[in-house]
Design a binder for this molecule. Structure first.
Ligand code: ASP
Length: 452
């Protein structure tokens, strides 16, 4: 196996023994030569993520309030993790990189200021971790994203990698041959040289970008769960772990219910068909879940049952709707003009529904939508429904298998679950059912029992 990019999330770096565990993991496979770290997250002795402490400090600074409390808490976190590992207080202070002074020097651009501070959690962690690796006999180097050329768009707080980042970062291949490269997750630099972070959880994306640039043989993503399960453990008792899913299945599963990986992290690795392996730092013996480009023959037709609540629907009824040109376009443009995104749009001959994440809606928005429907579409009837859950049966095998829909609807009806909406995407990787939120658990269990 060639080079492995290993990314460790916030919970995997939250305590001294977790840092020691990473070293143990690195020693188990010499190919783990590119390490990407998050900032320390919640841990057994810490209730707040370092990134949240940094955000608190930024907000205080912007409001001209005292930042001492979050700043002290940040220093205390790093000291608690690295001092027992022999990294001295002076070095920890140095790695802070004058955060106190930087917090005092508010930039006129709040987004720029925010990102320059918030990125410090990952940056400090990697500087200290690289030091620690050298003390335990693993030759390692902290690499700054600016020096390495991780250039990103200047959308502060939600940056995207620029196309040239890949070619720039590929130069790190030779560094990885000589020593372990320790690369901070979550941020890059704009072409003007400003720090810009990805959206929350964005260290996953850093790892994926590096895996692509370095032509890694595998991208490991280490967290505190064993991998993906066939149903969410909050919904079903001891669901089975899935050995492998495809990128597409992963996307369908994470759409509702399985938030194991940052949404954007799949794209870079998918381009080069690099497998992602989700693994658990607390359970090294478990092989995790592999995310691959093509379906493995031994996997089942259905890989999982995902679910999520908090959706609403707008249903319009209009006689001869099917003959009215532009009806669908005008309907969707109403949502677009109100800056709302929609999830599904199932339709019948004379009716059409639009399903949305209801969190986007304010009470007045609902009235505005209904008014726009009346004015622009003149429907015979408008029905709104809130508190809908979506339950999805996912698997690339659905395309070849006859009768899965019948099996699923049969299981739901036997469990007494009323189906309000069915949507089977044309890719035939998933079938999604809209049901009453109160039935979510019952529905997931019925489907899980049916397919597993
Ligand atoms: N530390 C950042 C966050 O908490 C990024 C990450 O962990 O991936 O969102």
């Amino acid at each position: 196996m060639g080079l492995i990019v290993s990314k460790f999330g916030g919970s995997s770096v939250a305590a001294s023994r977790k840092i020691e565990r990473i070293v143990e993991i690195m020693r188990l496979d010499a190919n783990r030569r590119c390490i990407v770290l998050s900032a320390p997250g919640k841990g057994p002795d810490a209730g707040v993520k370092v990134t949240d402490l940094l955000i608190d400090a930024v907000n205080r600074a912007l409001n001209r309030q005292d930042c001492a409390a979050p700043l002290e808490a940040i220093k205390a976190r790093f000291a608690a993790i690295y001092e027992p590992l022999g990294v001295g207080r002076a070095r920890i202070e140095e790695a802070l990189g004058g955060l106190d002074a930087r917090l005092g020097a508010r930039d006129s651009h709040p987004g720029k200021f925010r990102d320059s501070i918030v990125a410090a959690g990952e940056d400090m962690n990697c500087r200290l971790f690289a030091d620690y690796l050298n003390t335990v006999g693993i030759k390692a180097r902290y690499v700054n994203p600016k020096d390495a050329g991780l250039v990103v768009t200047s959308v502060f707080g939600d940056a995207q990698p620029l196309p040239e980042a890949g070619a720039n970062l590929s130069a790190l291949k030779s560094a990885c041959a000589n020593e372990a490269v320790v690369f901070p997750g979550f941020f890059g630099y704009t072409v003007d040289g400003d720090v810009a972070t990805f959206s929350r959880g964005g260290s996953d994306l850093t790892g994926a970008i590096l895996a692509e640039a370095l032509d890694a043989s595998e991208y490991e993503n280490w967290t505190d769960v064993d991998g993906i399960f066939s149903a969410h453990p909050k919904m079903v008792d001891s669901p089975r772990q899935v050995a492998a899913v495809t990128y597409k299945e992963m996307r369908e599963l994470s759409y509702i219910g399985f938030n194991v990986l940052h949404e954007e992290a799949v794209r870079p690795v998918m381009r080069k068909k690099i497998p992602i392996r989700l693994r658990n730092t607390n359970n090294i013996g478990n092989e995790g879940t592999l995310i691959v480009s093509e379906r493995l023959p031994e996997e089942r037709d259905v890989v999982g049952v995902a679910s999520g609540g908090g959706y609403c629907s707008f249903t319009l009824q209009k006689f001869l709707m099917n003959r009215e040109k532009g009806f669908g376009r005008r309907l969707l443009s109403i949502f677009e003009e109100m800056n709302l995104s929609y999830e599904h749009c199932p339709s019948g001959v004379d009716n059409i529904s639009v399903i949305l994440d209801q969190e986007q809606l304010k009470p007045e928005t609902v009235n505005n939508i209904i008014r726009a429907f009346d004015e622009q579409l003149a429907p015979d009837e408008i029905k709104t429904e809130f508190g809908i859950a979506l339950v999805s049966v996912v698997g690339e095998g659905l395309v070849h298998k006859v009768g899965v829909m019948a099996q699923a609807t049969g299981a739901l009806s036997k469990a007494g679950v009323n189906i309000k909406m069915v949507n089977q995407g044309s890719s035939e990787i998933s079938m999604i059912f809209g049901i009453d939120a109160a039935d979510e658990k019952k529905a997931v269990n019925a489907l899980y029992k049916e397919f597993f």
